[in-house]
Design a protein around this ligand. Structure first.
Ligand code: NAD
Length: 342
């Protein structure tokens, strides 16, 4: 089924940018789509076309979302295409936000989630390869995000590997915020923080290089605080939000997805961000083997190319944390080996 809604006529001269969002009637999309349409990603002068996908049984709900987008009369929203056909959603897109995936149900093991969602991402990769622009930038949000991204990327050989990423920006933002709260400073005063590895409880939120207002460290960031409060709080924040809201984080996840893509497009002006990207781009740096989608500290230049922050000093604590998250990602990869294109 294809519902096409033409939004109000648009007078700007820039050609519109096409943005695909999957899982369009879900929680994250209910925030993400409206922020995208308001210009939060590409600014107030860039018209966009939203191409939104969800399953056939979700089309009625998706129609409601499209009606609401229409009712906002966003000046930048040139067109909305809502569909259950994946080839349509990816046609000619410049950006792909891969949000659609099955949530973990009661009694479901992580392995079941890996398998079921992994299968979704085989077709996603194939369709991106066939229909998206070869310059398309992809962010994988649906969990298990790193391994889903690996599967999609393996099925899209015509799109450069470096255009595939998985989201650890929510964890990065959580880390910045926890440190700012502890130091009692604005979040903008905290920098040089990163997330290593998998978007899961083995991720390593690393404050070893933190700066507050440009100065290294802070008296309140004791080893005791870092190990017993900061790291577990960031690692378990998703579960804490589910316990409080009875629903997983949605607005903050949508916000992080936009932060991730905006910085990837416009650059970080020397600042560090965390993104999970193909490890073979960095050939064993920090002991990470090739063939994983791994979160690193990156800077992004003004042309939208990301660069690894290299030669950071490590110690046995850091090495052990990295080993745990590398091991988990390798295990996940093993479990979905049959879904990866050789
Ligand atoms: P949700 O359940 O509200 O929405 C998911 C959407 O995906 C639904 O509309 C559903 O119909 C769709 N979907 C399900 N199976 C599909 C399939 N086979 N093909 C296409 N679409 C399908 O979930 P949500 O809260 O929006 O979260 C979406 C995903 O993002 C989840 O996997 C969640 O765990 C993940 N997440 C990731 C992060 C992160 O930091 N990387 C943060 C929060 C949530």
């Amino acid at each position: 089924m294809l519902a096409k809604v033409l939004c109000r006529s648009f007078t700007a001269h820039k050609p519109p940018v096409r943005i695909a969002v999957t899982g369009g009637s879900g929680q994250i999309s209910y925030s993400l789509l409206f922020r995208l349409a308001s210009g939060a990603l590409l600014g107030p002068h860039q018209p966009i076309i939203l191409q939104i996908h969800d399953l056939p049984m979700m089309q009625q709900a998706l129609r409601g979302v499209v009606m609401e987008l229409h009712d906002c009369a966003f000046p930048l929203l040139h067109d909305v295409i809502a569909t259950d056909v994946q080839s349509t959603v990816f046609t000619d897109v410049d950006y792909a936000f891969l949000v659609g995936s099955k949530p973990r149900g009661p009694g479901m093991e992580r392995g079941d989630l890996l398998k079921q969602n992994g299968e979704i991402f085989v077709k996603v990769g194939e369709d991106l390869n066939k229909y998206a622009k070869k310059t398309c930038r992809v962010i994988t949000v649906g969990n298990p995000a790193n391994t889903n991204c690996l599967i999609a990327q393996s099925h899209a050989p015509d799109i450069p590997k470096q255009n595939f990423s998985a989201m650890t920006r929510l964890d990065h933002n959580r880390a910045l915020s926890q440190l700012a709260l502890k130091a009692e400073v604005p979040v903008t005063s905290v920098s040089h923080v990163c997330i290593w590895g998998n978007h899961s409880s083995t991720m390593f939120p690393d404050a070893s290089h933190v700066k507050v207002s440009g100065n290294a460290g802070h008296a309140k960031f004791t080893q005791e605080f870092i190990e017993n409060e900061f790291i577990p709080t960031v690692q378990q924040r998703g579960a804490a939000i589910i316990a409080a809201r009875k629903l997983s984080s949605a607005a903050s996840a949508a916000n992080a997805a936009i932060d991730h893509m905006r910085d990837w497009t416009f650059g970080t002006h020397g600042g560090w961000v965390s993104m999970a990207v193909p490890s073979e781009l960095y050939h064993g740096a920090y002991g990470v083997p090739d063939g994983l989608i791994f979160s690193y500290p990156l800077t992004i230049d003004g042309s939208g190319h990301y660069h690894l922050v290299r030669d950071l000093p490590t110690n046995s604590f850091v090495t052990e944390k990295l080993r745990l998250t590398i091991d988990e990602l390798q295990k996940e990869k093993q479990e979905v080996q049959h879904l990866l294109k050789k």
